[in-house]
Design a protein around this ligand. Structure first.
Ligand code: TYD
Length: 211
């Protein structure tokens, strides 16, 4: 199949409370309103198995060791890639994913300290070597993140320490620095309307007016 006919994959990344899920949804709504063919997915999740894995991963009453956590995220990603992302890209759809492979490097690599080399290898399998065409990193300081999520019931990963968030945030920024052509870093403390405008602008640039 001619890869130039593939749709585009756009991912959203950031620490908790950054507003990335809202922006991902806003982009989906915008593109749909403009008659683009677009699907929305998320990780962990996106498939029936993936959503079950998500429940396990976020269960605050469950203890999960670091490597098992990694394997669960990867299992969810492989299902999502094979059953949702790849088939939709192949039929020319735009796929928006709320989190993708960079989350694993940021959280399990920088956050938990697992081997980057092994994560890279396993990410390559779980994504079937598909990389996002564009990744929005919605960056906020870890203090704001903690402040924003404080009011809700925290899930297993949200209950982590501020030091953990700091490592994850810095990890994301490092990733963005290493791949400036793929990443757009946005300041998550800006107003939502401004952020939305930036997201739409960069996406339209990527799509180049094609429908
Ligand atoms: P989610 O509720 O989607 O968090 P958010 O609303 O902040 O996106 O929960 C996903 C959690 O899983 C989040 O804390 C980040 C974490 N995560 C990883 O640690 N590794 C991964 O590979 C992925 C996809 C998510």
């Amino acid at each position: 199949m001619d890869k130039s006919k593939y749709g585009k994959l756009i991912s959203f990344e950031g620490i908790e409370g950054s507003g990335k899920s809202t922006l991902a949804q806003e982009l989906y709504n915008y593109l749909t309103s403009q008659n683009y063919n677009v699907v929305f997915t998320r990780e962990p999740g996106g498939t029936i198995l993936g959503e079950k894995i998500r429940e396990l991963l976020l269960d605050e009453n469950l203890e999960i060791s670091d490597w098992s956590e990694l394997f669960l995220f990867l299992a969810s990603r492989y299902e999502n890639t094979k059953n949702v992302i790849l088939p939709n890209l192949k039929r020319g759809y735009i796929v928006i994913s709320d989190r993708y492979l960079d989350s694993t490097v940021a959280y399990q690599g920088y956050g938990r300290g697992l081997s980057f080399k092994i994560i890279e290898m396993l990410n390559s399998i779980s994504t079937m070597d598909i990389k996002p065409d564009l990744t929005f990193l919605i960056d906020i300081p870890e203090e704001i993140s903690i402040e924003r999520i404080k009011k809700k019931n925290l899930d297993r990963i949200e209950s982590e320490t501020i030091e953990f968030y700091k490592k994850v945030r810095n990890g994301y920024l490092e990733l963005a620095k290493n791949e400036p052509q793929r990443f757009i870093v946005l300041d998550g403390s800006l107003e939502l309307s401004k952020l939305k405008e930036e997201v739409i602008k960069s996406t339209m640039k990527l799509l180049g007016g094609e429908k």
